[in-house]
Design a protein around this ligand. Structure first.
Ligand SMILES: [Zn+2]
Length: 263
């Protein structure tokens, strides 16, 4: 029987080239855990790894084991610890070069990822697509038949915008880019289950954001234009588990900045 999500520590083949190894780091922000994607072209022994996952020796050892240590390149979707914490252990175990948008994550390479760049590695063609919004350094990776979306689009639920440098204006542009890039391609997210077609999921994300924006606009009409983020959360997320309010505040903060910039 085919493995289904979630399957910790077991390599699960999702498309002809992409298989996933789910890290055992479930949590509020990570859903069932971080998906480490392993891309291998037919007939090749080497591979490309997307996101080494958290600092977890067991997970790093499993990646080394299922890849036979033959990793031509490791790519990073964005800076968060649950994606990057395992970089150094994986490098130690396999010697893989690592490339990312932020130079601090580069290993055995001195070139950061550039939007539109086409990477040829392990017999694969991978196009880098800048998709900021969740964080400023978020990128997606486009394959012939799938898109790896990092935390920009998840397999379930919706994405939290990191108030450090994530903006809703960026995020909405990124979602449009993913609608365009994702038609007829599988969604391979960094958390949650994969989906056969990215486009409808990206469209749902856009609709959801606009719905939330309308709710925030309505809340501001009641609370006044200078209402704080938490006051808006209490009103708009009244139906949502209180444990999620802190994360929601980050997204509401981004929405308020977006609306206030709009004037
Ligand atoms: Zn993240």
């Amino acid at each position: 029987m085919a493995l289904e999500h979630p399957a910790y520590g077991q390599l699960r083949q999702v498309t002809p080239t992409a298989a996933v190894l789910l890290a055992n780091n479930p949590g509020q922000m990570t859903l069932d855990g971080t998906n480490t994607w392993i891309l291998r072209a037919p007939g090749r022994s080497d591979c490309v790894v997307i996101d080494p996952g958290p600092k977890d020796k067991k997970h790093s050892a499993r990646i080394a084991e299922v890849t036979g240590g033959d990793i031509a390149l490791t790519l990073i979707t964005h800076r968060h610890h649950d994606h990057t914490g395992g970089i150094d252990k994986l490098v130690e175990l396999t010697g893989t070069p690592v490339r990312a948008k932020e130079s601090g994550f580069l290993r055995g390479s001195d070139t950061v990822l550039v939007d539109g760049e086409v990477i040829e590695a392990a017999g694969l063609r991978i196009t880098v697509l800048d998709t900021p919004g969740h964080t400023g350094d978020s990128v997606s990776f486009v394959l012939d038949d799938a898109v790896l979306t990092g935390d920009t689009i998840l397999g379930s639920g919706t994405t939290v915008l990191d108030s450090t440098d994530g903006t809703l204006a960026d995020y909405l542009v990124s979602l449009d880019r993913l609608v365009e890039a994702g038609a007829g391609k599988a969604l391979l997210p960094a958390h949650g289950p994969d989906h056969p077609d990215l486009e409808p999921v990206a469209r749902y994300y856009i609709a959801h954001r606009h719905e939330r924006l309308d709710q925030v606009r309505e809340a501001l009409q009641v609370l006044g234009p200078n209402a704080g983020a938490m006051a808006v959360v209490r009103r708009v997320y009244a139906d949502v588990d209180k444990r999620l309010w802190l994360a929601a505040r980050s997204s509401v903060q981004a929405q308020l900045e977006y609306l206030r910039a709009e004037g």
